[in-house]
Design a protein around this ligand. Structure first.
Ligand code: B12
Length: 232
């Protein structure tokens, strides 16, 4: 193989090829390994899962974003690329989960906020947190604040993790903080936010406890929050 396997993963995310049966943007690709097979090969070759995630799947999706922004790609291209990333993550998950202390570190309820359908970043965060030993309940996309808080209460969650990718939906994160306050749970449950339009400043503005730039920061920040909680 002349091309580096990580580069091939990036290429196939850009082509939106989940597996060998998919046709990509370029014709004549059917039969060649797609993202799922390439991720499997990379794992077999002993390439670190973190590298596959960050430099392969995540990088590929970032490049799709750049192409969308420059007008080269359209929404259907984003969707097929997203499906290819999902296919790769499915192969990755068992290799990441179980690296940690299998759920013993603390409970996290994770969701993409109401009216937002983006979930690739959140799913990556979920996999990495599970791999780091947290127990994660992933509520999916477009989840109303009341539902997130209800589940966090039922499950006795330590942390609520919120994702938003749109300028128009990030503000819905504040509703979760308010809902926790209204239910008298704010002292019990920490709130960690993330997603491209969010920031440390925004977290402070809406009264969240912390912001994580990426899936690795999510682990670091969750660890810090639990440590701070434990010291109280
Ligand atoms: C894929 C994609 C889609 C897919 C989503 C598929 C899916 N299953 O997720 C589809 C096609 C559905 C889509 C739809 C839309 N999209 Co879109 N989409 C993207 C795209 C290209 C990539 C997002 C992505 O997956 N990135 C890769 C992941 C790995 O990165 P990430 O999400 O940022 O996550 C990382 C961190 O942010 C962080 N993180 C994320 N969540 C969390 C949570 C916590 C707790 C923590 C700690 C960290 C954390 O960790 C992650 C891993 O490192 C971006 C472009 C971009 N540059 O981001 C546009 C983008 C987000 N979309 C955009 C828009 C406008 C839309 C639409 C409105 C388009 C339309 N006209 O219909 C719709 C809205 C649908 C809706 N209601 O949500 C804009 C948003 C502009 C804005 N800031 O408001 C962007 C930026 C593109 C652009 N430049 O115009 N989109």
């Amino acid at each position: 193989m002349s091309k580096d396997i990580i580069e091939m993963i990036v290429d196939n995310v850009l082509q939106g090829r989940r597996n060998k049966d998919d046709e990509g943007i370029e014709e004549g690709t059917v039969g060649q390994p797609g993202v799922a097979e390439l991720v499997g090969d990379a794992l077999e070759k002993g390439i670190e899962p973190d590298k596959i995630l960050l430099e392969g799947l995540s990088r590929g999706m970032e490049m799709v974003g750049e192409k969308y922004e420059s007008g080269e790609y359209f929404i259907p291209d984003m969707l097929t690329a997203a499906e290819a990333v999902e296919a790769g993550m499915e192969v990755m998950e068992p290799h990441l989960v179980g690296k940690g202390e299998s759920g013993g570190k603390g409970k996290i309820v994770l969701a993409t906020v109401e009216k937002d359908l983006h979930d690739i970043g959140k799913n990556l965060v979920a996999i990495m947190l599970k791999g780091a030993g947290f127990s994660v309940t992933d509520l999916g996309i477009d989840v109303p604040a009341a539902r997130i808080v209800e589940v966090a209460e039922e499950e006795g969650a330590d942390i609520i993790g919120l994702s938003a990718l749109l300028n128009t939906t990030m503000i819905n994160m504040e509703d979760v903080v308010k809902e926790l306050e209204q239910k008298g749970l704010r002292q019990k449950v920490k709130v960690m936010i993330g997603g491209a339009p969010t920031s440390d400043d925004f977290a402070r503005e809406i009264g969240a406890d912390t912001y994580g730039k990426d899936a690795f920061a999510a682990i670091r920040e969750a660890d810090k929050l639990l440590k701070a909680g434990g010291d109280n």
